[in-house]
Design a protein around this ligand. Structure first.
Ligand SMILES: Cc1cc2nc3c(=O)[nH]c(=O)nc-3n(C[C@H](O)[C@H](O)[C@H](O)COP(=O)(O)O)c2cc1C
Length: 176
């Protein structure tokens, strides 16, 4: 494992990594990342999200194809697919099933991506995919939706920080 990294440092150093070394990622590390993902806040602490860990080469290739041929999805040693789970969020009615469960997945994804840095791993948030294809490949039930695929592996590239909009373009004071 790498040296512990300060949170701000991790936030500043995170990049979308799309090239990985051929080195495998230990199972314990992946389990730890999923547990960390589930430490993220969730509506009513209902943890309305599920994680599918994919290592199988053929399955990853199918996921890459479903992800509009984003080959790096197959090249990563591991994919973590984060899904909503409507069953777990029923208590909150439509707001729960159309909003909270998605927020639950996004919060988890972000923690996984930051915690991955601690293990020296690079990740990328993949949201562009054919949802029905992914559902078929991973046999996801109708009450769940695959939302985010996170390919992860030891980085074989060090991308520069992508430019962000200036603060005044997105910061509103007191009102929109
Ligand atoms: C909702 C969402 C969907 C994304 N989908 C993809 C994707 O399908 N493929 C990809 O390569 N990157 C995807 N990204 C990653 C963005 O391209 C990336 O975060 C952005 O360019 C900023 O770069 P950075 O992550 O290195 O800071 C996605 C990010 C988000 C938040």
């Amino acid at each position: 494992m790498q040296e512990p990294m300060e949170l701000m440092d991790a936030i500043l150093r995170r990049r979308s990594v799309r090239k990985y070394q051929e080195k495998d990622v230990p199972e314990e590390t992946v389990k730890n990342l999923v547990e960390i993902g589930n430490l993220a806040p969730s509506a009513g602490n209902l943890q309305a999200r599920d994680f599918i860990v994919v290592r199988d080469k053929k399955t990853k290739e199918a996921l890459a194809k479903a992800s509009l041929n984003q080959e790096f999805v197959a090249e990563a040693p591991v994919n973590i697919v984060i899904c909503t789970n409507e069953k777990k969020i029923k208590r909150y009615g439509t707001r729960g099933t159309t909003l909270y469960t998605y927020q639950d997945t996004a919060a988890s994804a972000m923690l996984i991506m930051l915690a991955a840095l601690e293990h020296g791993l690079g990740t990328c948030w993949v949201g562009a995919f054919d949802e029905e294809a992914v559902r078929q490949i991973l046999q996801i039930p109708s009450y769940a939706r695959p939302v985010i695929i996170i390919p992860l592996g030891y980085p074989a590239e060090q991308p520069a920080m992508r430019k962000r909009a200036p603060l005044e373009e997105y910061l509103h004071a007191e009102r929109w």
